[in-house]
Structures are given as C-alpha cells and as structure tokens.
Design a binder for this molecule. Structure first.
Ligand code: UD1
Length: 378
C-alpha cells in the first residue's frame, strides 16, 4: 500500500478528545496520512465536548454523527448505522479507536463487519470487572483489533493471555500523558479557577494553604442514591479540613437532582461546579494536595504529575498507577476517604515515579507503527 494512507479517527466522549489530540498532530506531521476525524456526538455539551477541541487545538471534526445520549445498546446501534455508509462510501485503510467508551466499541464493530483494519489505542487494560460497561467494551474492541497500542506492560500480558498475537502488540506509551505534558504550561493556575468559579473569599483564603480536587461519575458510584449520598457526605466532611473543588459530571448532577441531594452539596468548604474545561482541570490536578476520583484518566494524569490520588473503586484497569505511581485504591466505602486524606496531609502521600514511555511521545510512536503496518499490507 502506498501513501497517502486514509485513516479514520473516532471520537465521541470527553476522554477520547484528550487522547486523540496528539494522534491527529502526529499523523499530520508525518505527511503520509490523510486523516478523517469522525465525532459520534456521544458527548455534546460545550464543557464535555467543544471546549476540548478549542483548548487542545484539535481540528474541527470532518463529520459529526450527533448521536447524543441514550441507553448503551441504542447508542451503539445508532452509531453503527450512521458509520456504515461513511465507511462504505469512503473506505479508510485503517480505523483508529481510542479508549473504552461506547463510541469506541460501536466504531470497531462497524469496521470489523466491513473488514477494515482496526488499531486500538490504550489496548489491553483490564479491570476484570464485567459490571463495568467499559470493561466489556475493552474486551470486544481488543478481540476485533489488528493493532494494539499499549500504555503499560500489564496491557501486553493481558492481551497475550487473551491470545492476541504478540507481533500485533506495540508498547508505545500513553497519549493522554502526551496531552498533559503538552498542555502543562498552559494549565490554569488554581486561584484563577477559584475566581472564575465564584468561590467565596473564605474558600479562597483557606484553599491558598492547600486544597483537594474531586470528581465522581462511574455508574457504580453515582447511580445508586444511597451510595451517592454517602460519598457526597464524605466529601463534605473532608472539606471541613481541606477545601475541596468537586467538578460534577452531568450523570452525577442528574442523579443528585433525582435523589434530592442538592442540599448535601452545600458545605462551606465544598466548591461544587460544572464539569471543568481541560486546562482548568489540569491546573487543579497539578496544584492539589490530593485528588479524589473514580476516573481512569485522572488516575494516570495524577501519576504523571506526581500528585497523590485516591481512587474510589474496588479495582483499576491501570495497575501501574498503583505499583509505580501515586494512586491508592480504597474501594467504594465512603468512610475510608477521610482517614486516607488525613494520612496524605500528614505524610505528603505517595510520590511515585513516571511509568516507562510516559514521555510525551506516544503519539509519534503510534504514527510510525501505523505507517509500518499499512506499508506492510501493500
Ligand atoms: C462516558 C463513558 C465513560 C467515560 C465518561 C467520561 C461509556 C460507556 N461511558 O460515560 O467511560 O468515563 O463518558 O465523561 O461510554 N450527558 C450530558 N451532556 C453530555 C453528555 C452526557 O448531559 O454532553 C448526560 C446525559 O444525561 C447522559 C449521561 O450524561 O445520559 C451519561 O452520558 P453517557 O455518554 O451515556 O455516559 P457517561 O457517564 O458520560
């Protein structure tokens, strides 16, 4: 096969945008690819979508399928129906999918029906928890993929255990960390974000001596009103000692409203706000004493930044953040958050080290491997 190589890149949900930014740049820089960026529309609010394109300088999508929210099977089916004609009319040489969201699996299924080769970025991660929708997506996408780009060694081992041929697995590093390093200088300092969010003078004064940053959006934490209430109460309690910014995801916001928990959010030390744009979020992560989250990406970003992270989950598909990084898994019991925060405030928490190949150059390696793969198919 000879250049230009037509490559379709799929994005749909917030973490996809962060991962695709350096890949688009690296493919364009090579000069041998003709990339087409396809947005499924899984996420669509300004703060969940467009702001990432602006801040990360991602070119506007060539196509937006505008699928929107809905039950997983409906979302996947709608994306497949919309993608199929695009792939047939203008067949790519390669499909690149990132991460584990519904848009990722929908695109991989559609391409595999048409025998279009698939490259999966962030392959091989496993939580071994099939209650997690993302785990099912990861398993399916990796079975369908031809090229597996891996962020950590454990990913390689998981793929080999699932009988993926070793020559298809490429350990390239972490594109989410490419983006974090690229944007770090532009990250918004925490005090500026407090001002933008309209934090009280009392909050700002206390936060000048240290603050925490919290996010929660996993269905396992936020869909059950009793669990959600316990978690918010635990954050409110922590905020008596350490002021906390709590960026509330739309899924979480919806559940807070349904369960009548808005009052629980109103602790003086808790600054509950809309989802944050990328540069504000990166700035808070960098400057925080501790991050409390159930996000996959933030476990990695805090490890790259050397900031202690408490993950409110029973498991993680990103074990390197625990073994080498700054992450601590505490399960979903809200009672554990307070004591661990105390411990981190006393000791400074885990320092960690940067995992291998988390060096800001993962996307460049992906471009090299993708080109070699396509030339090899000629
Ligand atoms: C999805 C991903 C998850 C990822 C997360 C990041 C799957 C299975 N899950 O979860 O892995 O960590 O994105 O945010 O793909 N909504 C809005 N505005 C938006 C988008 C969503 O209000 O722009 C609301 C809708 O009410 C929607 C709900 O959030 O029903 C959930 O959105 P959805 O994309 O289904 O899942 P997430 O929880 O965002």
């Amino acid at each position: 096969m000879t250049p230009p190589f037509r490559v379709d890149l799929i994005v749909g949900a917030r973490p996809n945008f962060v991962k695709i930014a350096p890949i688009v740049r690296a493919l364009r820089a090579k000069g041998t690819f003709a990339p087409r960026l396809i947005h499924t529309g899984q996420h669509y609010d300004f703060l969940m979508d467009r702001v990432f394109f602006e801040e990360l300088r991602i070119p506007a999508p060539d196509v937006n399928l505008k699928i929107g929210s809905g039950p997983a099977s409906e979302q996947v089916a709608k994306i497949m129906l919309a993608l199929h004609p695009l792939f047939v009319e203008d067949r790519p040489h390669l499909l690149v999918v990132v991460g584990d969201v519904n848009s990722t699996v929908a695109a991989a299924l559609t391409a595999s029906c048409l025998r279009i080769p698939i490259a999966h970025v962030e392959a091989g991660l496993r939580s071994f928890d099939r209650e997690m929708p993302e785990e099912l997506n990861r398993l399916v996408v990796d079975q369908l993929s031809d090229l597996h780009f891996v962020t950590e060694k454990e990913g390689q081992a998981n793929l080999i255990a699932e009988r993926v041929a070793p020559e298809r697995i490429k350990f390239v590093g972490n594109v989410m960390i490419d983006t974090a390093y690229d944007a770090l200088e532009r990250a918004v300092p925490a005090p500026d974000t407090f001002a933008t969010l309209g934090a009280s003078a009392a909050f700002r004064e206390r936060a000048a001596n240290g603050f925490g940053f919290a996010t929660l959006h996993r269905p396992s934490n936020v869909d059950d009103p009793v669990k959600l209430k316990g978690l918010i109460q635990a954050l409110a309690k922590v905020s008596e000692k350490l002021p906390l910014v709590f960026a509330v995801h739309p899924r979480t916001r919806g559940n807070i409203e349904k369960a009548g928990l808005a009052e629980t959010l109103k602790a003086p030390g808790l600054l509950a706000c809309e989802p944050l744009a990328y540069l504000a979020s990166l700035g808070l992560m960098r400057d925080a004493k501790v991050v409390v989250t159930d996000s996959g990406g933030m476990q990695e970003e805090t490890t790259a930044l050397g900031v202690p992270c408490i993950t409110v989950r029973d498991n993680t598909e990103r074990p390197i953040t625990i073994e080498e990084g700054t992450n601590t898994l505490i399960g979903a019991d809200p009672a554990r958050i307070g004591p661990i925060v105390d411990d981190i405030l006393r000791t400074g928490g885990k320092r960690g080290r940067k995992p291998a190949l988390w060096d800001g150059k993962a996307a460049e390696r992906i471009a090299v491997e993708a080109e070699a793969f396509l030339r090899g198919r000629g």
